[in-house]
Design a protein around this ligand. Structure first.
Ligand SMILES: Nc1nc2c(c(=O)[nH]1)N[C@H]1C(S)=C(S)[C@@H](COP(=O)(O)OP(=O)(O)OC[C@H]3O[C@@H](n4cnc5c(N)ncnc54)[C@H](O)[C@@H]3O)O[C@H]1N2
Ligand code: MOO
Length: 400
């Protein structure tokens, strides 16, 4: 049985991802979305030389010990001084207010003594001090946020400062989910004999939601061919961009998903890859719909979604792949088989810095160990095992 190398499987999937589509959304709806075009400043910020303090605007050259300057007016935020400042003059100014023409410096009021319409200073003037020059934050033409960025609150703030009421962001796919298996019942059910609680669709919905416009859960269907086809037909009728099935992906008599998908017009790009957990992954397309057939084992389903669906979604949105880290092992790893192993692991903080602690559990039905994991160690095919302290490649599970 030949198993497709992970890189080839990923390349086959990425080749099917359509180009990034764009839509405009209000700034209030843009957090967490992926920017589709660079955000370029259309004005200087601040738009004028502005005071950074409450105090007095003046010419630094005019200030010397004992000299008093004449206060000729006031500049407030939103309402600047109308005139210009000449030699020997000062303007009362407030934080954020425009610096009057002719002034080059602000001295804060704590260092000033006001006497009627005159003011003296208890500290020397430092040229340009307490002035925010025009364009100091950003200048017209500056790229403020690169395309592909997943918008953070700080970036929403800078976009607002750049006077953008809307942003061009990547369109998100609509995702359908379908769980297969006679044994499955919904969480919260009274468990009958031989029954298993269906967890995959819940984990997957949570994992994929940040990338999706909508996730439609088509529920659970039993291992009966006609029923399975009917439910898949229904799922395709909703025209999802991506359909994800779980279970029935392996070689047993009850593993009906592949044949059903093919009969419904799915053209399969691959089935079975050289990794664990997740060997029986299948992938294909039906028209515009990408179809992922994930293994039923819950750890296999989540790990294949992390390793294959998330990269497809990042490509869909134009978001770059996260860097894989290299971290020292806090404990040795055992030898690996010929399949690439995505090993559950924890990020631990030690006096020597962050390290990666392998979790020895490898059962692909063992959900609680995956729930404890922060990272997946990428253990190469036939790796002989590594000693503590060795740097190994790791992938943060929570990376967008
Ligand atoms: N003879 C062979 N047997 C198996 C092979 C093989 O190559 N030859 N591969 C194994 C591997 S690897 C995996 S992974 C599993 C995958 O099998 P399926 O995709 O067919 O999954 P199921 O048989 O439907 O279920 C497996 C396991 O997972 C539980 N399950 C299924 N769906 C859910 C769900 N939505 N939520 C929670 N748990 C679920 C199910 O009850 C089973 O326990 O095949 C191996 N066998
Ligand atoms: O590849 Mo399966 O996912 O090991 O259990």
């Amino acid at each position: 049985m030949s198993l497709l190398p992970v890189e080839q499987a990923l390349a086959a999937i990425l080749a099917r991802v359509p180009p990034v589509g764009t839509e405009r959304v209000a700034l209030s709806a843009a957090a967490g979305r992926v920017l589709a075009a660079p955000l370029v400043a259309t004005h200087d910020q601040p738009p004028f030389h502005a005071s950074a303090m409450d105090g007095y605007a003046l010419r630094a050259a005019d200030v010397s010990e004992g000299t008093a300057l004449k206060i000729i007016g006031m500049s407030q935020a939103g309402s600047g001084f109308a005139g210009a400042l000449g030699p020997g003059e000062a303007v009362r100014i407030f934080t954020g207010a425009p610096l009057p023409p002719g002034a080059d410096t602000v001295i804060m009021q704590e260092q000033a003594v006001r006497e009627g319409d005159m003011v003296r200073f208890t500290a020397p003037a430092r040229l340009g001090h307490s002035v925010r020059p025009k364009g100091n934050d950003f200048a017209k033409g500056d790229v403020l946020i690169e395309a592909g960025a997943r918008l953070t609150p700080m970036q929403i703030s800078v976009a607002a400062a750049a006077n953008q009421a809307e942003l061009a962001v990547a369109r998100r796919p609509r995702i359908g989910l379908l769980a297969t298996g006679d044994e499955l019942v919904l969480p919260g059910s009274a468990l009958g004999p031989d029954q298993i609680v269906a967890s995959n669709s819940f984990g997957l919905a949570a994992l994929l939601a940040p990338y999706a416009d909508d996730i439609e859960d088509h529920g659970i269907v039993g291992d009966e061919d006609a029923l399975l086809r009917a439910r898949l037909d229904q799922a395709f009728a909703a025209a999802p961009d991506i359909l994800v099935t779980t279970g029935g992906a392996s070689v047993g008599e009850h593993d009906l998903v592949q044949d059903a998908l093919k009969d419904l017009g799915v053209s399969l790009d691959f089935w079975r890859i050289n990794m664990r957990p997740g060997k029986p992954l299948m992938f294909g397309t039906r028209g515009q719909t990408l179809v992922f057939g994930l293994p039923g084992n819950p750890v296999s389903a989540m790990v294949t979604a992390i390793m294959f669906i998330k990269p497809a979604l990042r490509a869909w949105l134009g978001h770059p792949e996260p860097d894989h880290w290299r971290l020292p092992l806090a404990a040795p790893t055992p030898p690996n088989s010929a399949r690439r192993h995505y090993m559950r692991a924890r990020l631990v903080h030690t006096p020597d810095g962050p390290q990666v602690l392998p979790i020895s559990q490898t059962d692909s039905g063992h959900t609680s160990s995956l729930a404890h994991a922060d990272l997946l160690i990428v253990q190469p095919e036939n790796d002989p095992g590594q000693s503590a302290g060795t740097n190994v490649e790791v992938l943060p599970i929570d990376a967008f």
